[in-house]
Design a binder for this molecule. Structure first.
Ligand code: IVH
Length: 702
């Protein structure tokens, strides 16, 4: 059926069509928002939405309670159109040391032909860790908003930007044309509250405020953006019909007068020493600012001089980002706990007296493995000059960017007199089985397999995780609860949950604490929705050691179907012969992975078959010889926002491309996300074609 409005529908047809559209659009919304994996193009989505609106307009009495138009408020949802920036959105060169800053200032003097003692004035402002946005105002009205994209072309997020309180939609007394540039970001407390709400709704939580801000701004449905606590700070401008001022500081003041939030911590600094002092002062406040910053940005204050200096290929000569060093803090190690993971690995976790590192309260940190605690690396060489870590010690934590805090050092001078060297357990704390360390492995593992409750429950959590079965409403918390009560002890039991604990059963999900009729029904529907599932996801979901997302995709595309994969794994059990050789011939599959795969697969075949009996496993696409990237060599660089690197790589390989780590004369195509640096430069030098993530998605028809 065509998806353009047809006026000659009868009321009955219209009712049926509205029901169909509600279902199709709800599915599209879920794929897009929840899975970050759109199933239809933005254009197709818009067309469906327009058809729905047209039918509703003709048959107002038939508008459904769950009408898709109600989800976006008044405005129709915007797909992400493309917007070409009237003036390129640049990035900044980085400085990491006082010397780099001195070189930056000296370089400016040299370029302008100024003597070494000529005064130069700069602004210094915090570098907000968010995402940049360009707002275009014509005659004082906001006409569009665009993300940076590749700097030349960004995504049209106008409808979303309009929902952000800090972004005025009308300006009084502005130049006729004004492009305001700044950073969209999220405060720590808003971020924490958002994640708590998401977790409660069993929806996706975000790793850090920057991801939350990016995910919130880049929503197809502006109503979702509206509900997210986004903020905007203006720090610059693009195209202009009249200058804002003569100086950077003056321009910021003008932007503030027009109604934009500008960072009140911005100051003028005369020379290198003043810049470094501002850096130190703001760095000291970093943990208490309430939002993430990752450095200071210095800009030459005189706009006339800025113009003379101009740009390099992607960065201005008149500005630089001076990054902060990783943050550290000292605290006390109260205990060492052992966690048993999905593959039986015993992971030591440091329980710490809570301390703030980089604005985040930290009470746990990884201790990696027993060698690490003992003060040596995997080769036996000393780390921390051989100092071991003991319960009661003072330890130094560090956090670089948004990574999980790690222990950097221990202070032997503050060690309690009675502190004892830590003895790593040789039995599993959860099931008591032997925990053994194989030669060449830095990790000690429980040998209990699925009889170990810790391994079994971790396997289940992995099974339902986002990149595996991704069952809505069935996250780690729910798995733990069902596990505790014995309702779900194996993956196959997820698919019999409704028969055992659904309507009509003596004990029912809907009667459990935290559940009701609706959430239970939703859960059963979400489980049903995953009975049909891609082969790669099933292989990954099995949770076999060494078989990650990428190798699962490789295996799926090599074997094509579940039956072929199953037959091959059984045939490869002796770890020799034709099937074994075929497995080993897959580029990316080595002996360790192969052995782990066939051993676990055959050991768990009964449960695997029980699971597969509930599923319709979709065949994988074999590498298409006719795909647009077949046989080509690709390189990914910068940040990808719609998929992980590993996923992008797996997709590319499934389409028959080779993915390389660096740009060379052999590179056919560079896919550059925001933050692309030296690789993009090299590609430009070599004349390699460069596209952004959206271009990539379009190319592969995703
Ligand atoms: S000025 C041509 N000022 O940092 C100068 N950028 O690494 C353009 N950023 O893409 C940027 N705070 O997203 C500038 N106060 C600030 C900033 C800032 C954050 C971001 C911005 C830019 C990136 C460059």
């Amino acid at each position: 059926m065509s998806d353009t409005p047809v006026p000659e529908l009868t009321a009955a047809e219209a009712r049926a069509e509205l029901a169909r559209l509600a279902q199709v659009l709800a599915r599209a919304d879920a794929a897009y928002h929840r899975d970050d994996a759109p199933e239809i193009t933005d254009a197709a989505y818009d067309a469906l939405k327009a058809r729905n609106a047209a039918i509703e307009a003709r048959f107002p009495a038939l508008v459904r309670a769950d009408s898709p138009s109600a989800r976006v408020g008044a405005a129709p949802a915007d797909g992400f159109g493309k917007i070409r920036h009237a003036q390129r959105m640049l990035s900044l060169a980085n400085a990491f040391s006082a010397q780099d800053v001195a070189d930056f200032v000296a370089g400016i003097r040299r370029y302008l032909g100024l003597p070494a003692d000529a005064p130069l004035r700069f602004t210094a402002e915090p570098k907000i860790d968010g995402l940049s946005l360009s707002l275009r105002y014509e005659s004082g009205a906001l006409v569009h908003a665009a993300t940076r994209g590749d700097g030349e072309t960004g995504e049209d997020v106008t409808a979303n930007a309009r929902t952000v309180d800090d972004i005025p939609t009308r300006l009084r007394g502005a130049p006729d044309l004004l492009e305001v540039r700044g950073e969209v970001y999220m405060h720590h407390d808003d971020f924490a509250a958002l994640n708590a709400r998401q977790a409660e709704a069993a929806a996706k939580t975000f790793a850090n405020p920057r991801n939350a801000a990016a995910g919130s701004l880049r929503q197809l449905d502006a109503a979702i953006t509206r509900a997210r606590p986004l903020r905007f700070l203006a720090y610059g401008w693009g195209a202009l019909s009249d200058p804002l001022a003569d100086t950077q500081m003056g321009a910021l003041e003008r932007l503030a007068a027009l109604g934009f939030a500008v960072n009140p911590l911005t100051r003028r600094c005369d020379g290198v020493d003043a810049l470094l002092a501002a850096h130190a002062e703001i760095e000291a406040q970093r943990a208490t600012l309430g939002y993430d910053i990752d450095g200071m940005v210095y800009k030459l204050d005189d706009l006339g001089l800025q113009t003379r200096l101009g740009m390099r290929s992607t960065t201005p000569r008149w500005a630089i980002a001076h990054k902060f060093s990783a943050e550290t803090a000292w605290t006390r190690l109260e205990a060492i706990d052992i966690q048993v993971g999905r593959t039986g690995a015993l992971s030591p976790v440091a329980r710490l007296t809570p301390v703030t590192v980089g604005g985040v309260v930290v009470s746990n940190a990884t201790l990696h493995n027993e060698d690490y605690i003992a003060g040596r690396d995997s080769t036996g060489a000393p780390i921390r000059e051989g100092r071991d870590i003991r319960v009661g010690d003072w330890v130094e934590l560090y956090r670089a960017g948004d990574v999980i805090p790690k222990i950097r050092d221990v202070d032997p001078a503050r060690r309690p007199a009675d502190a004892q060297p830590y003895t790593f357990p040789t039995t599993c704390p959860d099931c008591g089985s032997d925990a053994v360390r194989e030669q060449g492995d830095s990790v000690r593992r429980c040998t209990g397999g699925l009889i170990c409750p810790a391994q079994a429950v971790e396997r289940l959590k992995h099974f339902v995780s986002r990149k595996a079965f991704d069952i809505d409403g069935l996250g780690a918390k729910q798995i733990e609860a069902f596990w505790r009560d014995g309702w779900i002890t194996r993956p196959s039991e997820i698919f019999t949950l409704k028969d055992r604990f659904g309507p009509g059963c003596p004990r029912q999900v809907r009667n459990r604490e935290g559940w009701g009729e609706k959430s239970a029904d939703n859960l059963f529907a979400a489980i049903d929705a995953r009975r049909r599932i891609a082969l790669a996801r099933v292989i990954f979901a099995l949770g076999i050691r060494h078989v990650g997302e990428t190798s699962a995709a490789l295996l799926a595309s090599r074997y094509g179907s579940w039956d072929a994969f199953r037959t091959a794994m059984i045939a490869a059990a002796p770890q020799s012969g034709e099937a074994w050789d075929e497995l080993m011939s897959i580029d990316g599959v080595g002996p360790v992975l192969a052995a782990s795969l066939v051993t676990s697969f055959n050991a768990e075949l009964a449960e695997i078959d029980a699971l597969a009996a509930h599923l319709q496993i979709e065949d994988a696409e074999r590498p298409a010889a006719d795909s647009p990237v077949a046989g080509k060599t690709l390189v990914f660089t910068g940040t990808l926002e719609r998929m992980t690197r590993a996923e992008a790589k797996a997709r590319a390989e499934a389409l028959g491309a080779k993915v390389a780590g660096s740009v060379s004369a052999k590179t056919d195509l560079l896919i550059a996300g925001p933050g692309a640096g030296s690789k993009a430069k090299k590609a430009a030098e070599l004349g390699v074609e460069v596209i952004d993530e959206d271009g990539w998605l379009r190319l592969i028809g995703a």
